[in-house]
Design a binder for this molecule. Structure first.
Ligand code: MRU
Length: 369
């Protein structure tokens, strides 16, 4: 996607052919800072500290992290250590585990001397595939928006609500939930996005709003608790969110607060769609509520707020009384029964086992091995 006229992906191989470039997402929306990752530990830190975040981007960063490790030492011990370090960074998004397994599969049969080149090749392919997958998700999701647009009066906009950031910053490019939105906008459809701020880290107000603004997509940032009110008043035509893990039976784990949006959508007859690349499906589990590890993060994300002062300084302030205990659950699970459909690279599917198995038979077979 473009940032002030220049094309960027969220992660890339630098011209030196080995170090890895990324956007420091912790600095957005006030500063656009690019960093260079030069070791596996730096890649792991980038994921852990949320310099990079979003399930598909976490996977791609981990893949490049293995490549950086193999460049330094291609031994079995180094491969094992790199995978263990990277896997421990964030527990919920399955794309991390998926990418590491892909790398392990590609590298294990090779001699140590051949592993670095193979790891860079596999990491590059994972990044390219992500862009192709998201392009396809965009095409499939576009049909949903076009159908809603066709039922509108002349000049009326299709209103989409989204939660967190499942945009190009969360993937390698285009995003998942945003791919149909960008495509609809580029094709001239009148579209408007309600952006949930997404406390505590504000990925909606700081990242999604920033992305949409740079692409010229009309949008409005709302406090997280606003969605139900908007839906009651007919101001949301559909919800599209991303996901960090979908079970074999179609339960959807995503940023905390997604479940409440799904409940409100259900109560108000608003379609609730989830956009996902197939690496986000975890065919090894069925029940999202009990089988997905939910990341619990530092209290500071809730007790403080960071922003720009009127004179341009970036400052962090405390907003919770000293000593109040805090719980910071990063994700929640929306049961499949509340999901209208899953927008995948192979089409819009019912959120159930039969539809997922029919669309991705090779993944079912691999999970059974
Ligand atoms: O904690 P984050 O910012 O990594 O959480 C991101 C989300 O929950 C996204 O909605 C999800 O990863 C889908 S990204 C295409």
């Amino acid at each position: 996607m473009k940032v002030d006229g220049k094309h960027f992906r969220s992660i890339w191989l630098e011209p030196d052919g080995w170090s890895v470039g990324a956007i420091d997402q912790r600095k957005l929306p006030h500063r656009f800072v690019v960093v260079r990752l030069t070791s596996c530990d730096a890649a792991a830190d980038a994921i852990r500290s949320m310099l990079v975040r979003g399930a598909p981007l976490i996977g791609a960063t981990a893949a490049y992290g293995v490549a950086l490790a193999m460049r330094a030492d291609g031994s079995d011990t180094a491969l094992e250590a790199a995978c263990n370090t990277l896997l421990a960074t964030r527990p919920t998004a399955i794309n991390l585990k998926w990418a590491l397994e892909e790398l392990r599969l590609a590298l294990t049969p090779l001699p140590a001397s051949a592993r670095a080149a193979a790891a860079y090749a596999r990491a590059g392919a994972i990044a390219e595939d992500d862009v192709a997958i998201n392009t396809s998700i965009g095409r499939h999701g576009l049909g949903l928006i076009e159908a809603l647009a066709a039922a509108k009066k002349r000049g009326e906009r299709v209103n989409v609500l989204t939660h967190c950031n499942a945009g190009w910053l969360a993937t390698v490019d285009r995003g998942t939930a945003t791919a149909p939105i960008y495509l609809a906008h580029d094709r001239g459809l009148a579209i408007h996005v309600w952006v949930d701020e997404t406390r505590p880290r504000n990925q909606g107000s700081s990242l999604t709003a920033w992305e949409l603004g740079h692409h010229g997509v009309p949008h409005t940032v709302v406090a997280d608790n606003t969605g139900g009110h908007l839906m009651q008043h007919g101001m949301v035509d559909l919800v599209i969110v991303g996901t960090d893990r979908v079970t074999a039976s179609g339960d959807v784990c995503n940023k905390i607060g997604t479940y409440l949006k799904a409940l409100a959508a259900h109560d108000n007859g608003v379609p609730f769609y989830v956009a996902l690349p197939s690496p986000t499906i975890d065919f090894s589990i069925d029940d999202g509520a009990t089988q997905i590890p939910i990341e619990q993060r530092a209290a500071e994300e809730i007790t403080t707020m960071t922003g720009r002062t009127a004179d341009g300084r970036i400052e962090t302030v405390q907003i919770v009384p000293d000593g109040s205990p805090v719980a910071n659950y990063g994700f929640d699970v929306t049961p499949a029964r509340l999901v209208t459909g899953l927008i995948t690279e192979r089409g819009v599917l019912n959120a159930d086992r039969a539809a997922l198995a029919a669309a991705f038979p090779e993944r079912i077979a691999a999970a059974a091995e």
